[in-house]
Each structure stands twice: as C-alpha cells, then as structure tokens.
Design a protein around this ligand. Sequence first.
Ligand code: TXA
Ligand code: MG
Length: 449
Amino acid sequence: MSQIHTRILPVPHVSSSLLPADFGLHFSDASQRESDVQEPLEKLQVSFLSEQSKHSLQTAAEHLRSGELVAFPTETVYGLGACALRSDASERIYAAKNRPADNPLIVHISDTHMLHQLLPSPFQINEACWALMRAFWPGPLTLLFPVGRASDGSPVVPSTVTCGQPTVGVRMPSHPVARSLIALAGVPIAAPSANASGRPSPTAAAHVMNDLGPRHVLSYIVDGGECHVGVESTVVDATTVPGEVRVLRPGGITVEQLTEVLRPFPSLSLRVYGKDLARNAAQEAAPTTPGMKYRHYSPDARVLLVSDGTQADPTLSHVIQSAASSLECERDVRVGLMFALDSPLLLSLDVPAIHHWAQSHPLNRLSPVLQMPGLQLCLYSLGQRSEPETAAQRLFDGLRTLDSCVPWSGQEGACDLIVAEEVDETGVGLAIMNRLRKAASSTVRVSVP
Ligand code: TXA
Ligand code: MG
C-alpha cells in the first residue's frame, strides 16, 4: 500500500476575526441568528469569494464524502473529521489517533437541518435545549441527543461513533471554515480533536502535522490559522436526566453563560460534574466525558502545577530546584514556566531577567532561555491574569511549545520539566484547570510573597 503524505490546504484568514468573508466565504444564513427565530440556523448555503478557499474546501469536502479523513480548524481546536454516518470512515479516526475504541466522537453539523437527520422521529427537543442552541450555536457547545434509527432499525449514527451510547454529542461549530466544510460535504462530520491520543489538543495546523503527519494517516489538513477559543467545547446533557442540565466537560462556553441562559427555567438545576455533581466511581471509570479514565493533554515533559499556599510552604524557586534535582539529569535541567506575566508567584521568582523580559515584551509568548546555576529556564506567557481567554487560547500551544521547540543553548528541544500555575476557576478558568489537572502529574502549594 502506498504511503499517505499529509498536505496543507490553505484558506485566506485574518488572525483576529471569525467572519466568513475573512476566509474567502459568504454565508446565506448570516442574518438568521436572531433569538426570536423559532428554528435558527436552519440551512447553510455557502458561496466563495476566493479561488483558494474554493479549491481547498471543495477538495476537502470531496475527500470527506468519499469516507476519508480531513483535519480542519474549529473555533476551539483542530478536529480530525470523517463522515459521521459511515462506520468505516469513523474507524479511520480511531486508528489514526490511536484512540481507545470506547471513547465516543462528537458529531459536527452545519445547520439544524442536519441535526434533525440524526434524531429519532418524532422527537421533541426540549425548551432548555432550544434556549442553549439559540444562545450558543454556532459555537463551542456540544449537546447530547438520543440517536435516531433508520427504517431497518439500525442507528443513524453508527455505534463506532457513539461507542454504543444511547446518545450522540452534537455541535455546530462557529468557525466559518468548519461550518462551510460540513455544509459542502453535505453530511454530518464526526471529529475528535486532531491530536495523537493523549497529547495536548492542536490549536494550529502545525500541531496536527507534528502529531499525525509522521503516521501517514491523513491526506489533508485545512489550515485556517490559530484557533480562537483554544479549549474544547463544553459538553452538556440537557436531555437525559429530567429536571437537570449537566455539564459533563467544561469548555469554551462558561458555566456562568449557561446559568444566564437557563434563568427562565427555574425548575431546572444546572449541575457541573466534579463540582456540584459529585464524582462517582461509575462515571470515573467510563470513557465518556466526565471520566478520568484516559490520560489527556500530556506533553512528554513532567508537568508540575503550582498553587497559592501559605507562608509555611516552600518558595517557587525552592520547588523548581527540588523538582529539577529529582530528575537526576546529567546536564542543566531545562525548565519551562507557564504563567501569566503579572502573576505574583512568577514575580516572586528570584530571576530579574525574566521580570525584565515580561515587562519589556508583554506581547511575546516565549522568553529567551535564561541560564541559572544547574538550570536553564524559559517562560511561555499566558498573557495577563485579567484575560483568562488569552490563557485558554494559548494553553495547548504553550504545552506543545515547551515540549518540543525551545531554543536551548546548543539545540532546539523539549523541557525536562514544565511548571504551570493554577488559575481561578471562574469563567473559562474552569476549563483551563480541567485540562491542566489532567496534564499535570502533581500539584504543589507554594508560598505567596
Ligand atoms: O471542541 C471540541 O469539542 C473539539 C472540536 C474538534 O469540535 N472536539 C473534541 O472532541 O474535543 P474529543 O473527541 O477530543 O472530545 C469529545 C469528548 C470526549 O471526552 C467524549 O468522551 C465525549 O466528548 N463524548 C462524546 N460523545 C459523548 C456522549 N454521547 N456522551 C458523553 N460524552 C460524550
Ligand atoms: Mg480530545
């Protein structure tokens, strides 16, 4: 069998915007996202403003229609897509990522016309679901729905996608490239994050290429630039437990945003798994969203999480030195720091060159490498503490950058140790902490200056 070479399909893009026109696209339903429309986003029609977009997206869509894999940008992270209605296509996803076969896939749709194809008929979508869809679709919200059956009794979404669950997770991405690609393919697209299983999710085409290119498993990556949200969608079950809306995975839509939209439904309680919905053994062992069954988001380097402690706890310098010495490295230990630039903990570190860099280059992400006795240090900036959206957007890129391409003296390479700071669990901070905890091997409390 000939080897597959992974190629990039470019589209024009402006890094700070998610308007279809900036990607060479025109959407016919742009005006329909009004809250008073009974069924918003019913049918998406795409036309092209750029020949490059036309070529790239038509090539990718044709490939998806023929049952092959295509990686594409969404507003959250890059997805590894395949036709959601064919089990042979979705099987390719598991093989390419080396994904455990019991971890179900999210199905991506371009409009609600596609949603109805997936549901049982008849099926009454409840009012809370409608409210959430109106508020957050297209966008980083995945909702669980029961799976419909074809006339021969087989599930419309094959069990390779749902892993035999009675529900399917559905989301309508807001990234114009993702949405138009699905519309052009004309079929719902199953897509997990396009990382190799266990690695941090990809937020740029280069991340996908690094993970999957060497495996020769996919022909095309559509390159739409960096993802804006940076953490995956919020997974919500508003269907299966009467009287409850459950957040199974925190993500790009915050609990505060969900609370606001559900305010008109006082009889419903919003419960967040692991927070006000107690963890339980069955859920923990299950591969589906809340579970911790699989290690996630892990770079190769050891990740140490640090949190605010008391004066009795060791200083950050001390914690780094002692973690570095436990690695028993023959050369200087390479330490990557992931902090907000104005973090008091970072400022407590006795390394004036880092503070100087942070002040003079507030927009840069990666500091130069600094030599310390027995250590080399490099800082990846998560922005300012007042902007958790920046931290979310950079989180996976930070883990990947520190894990592979720091220009150490001599050669580019990985950190031996990554030290990241906990963030406040409000807003998107809840999703950031969920990812950081899964990436980290331990958490250490350090004294606040
Ligand atoms: O933002 C996102 O959601 C990205 C982009 C590509 O859309 N996708 C993504 O997919 O993060 P993935 O496969 O990496 O994570 C999907 C999560 C998994 O943890 C899976 O267990 C859960 O959603 N999930 C999928 N279907 C489910 C279901 N029926 N019930 C419970 N959890 C489900
Ligand atoms: Mg994933």
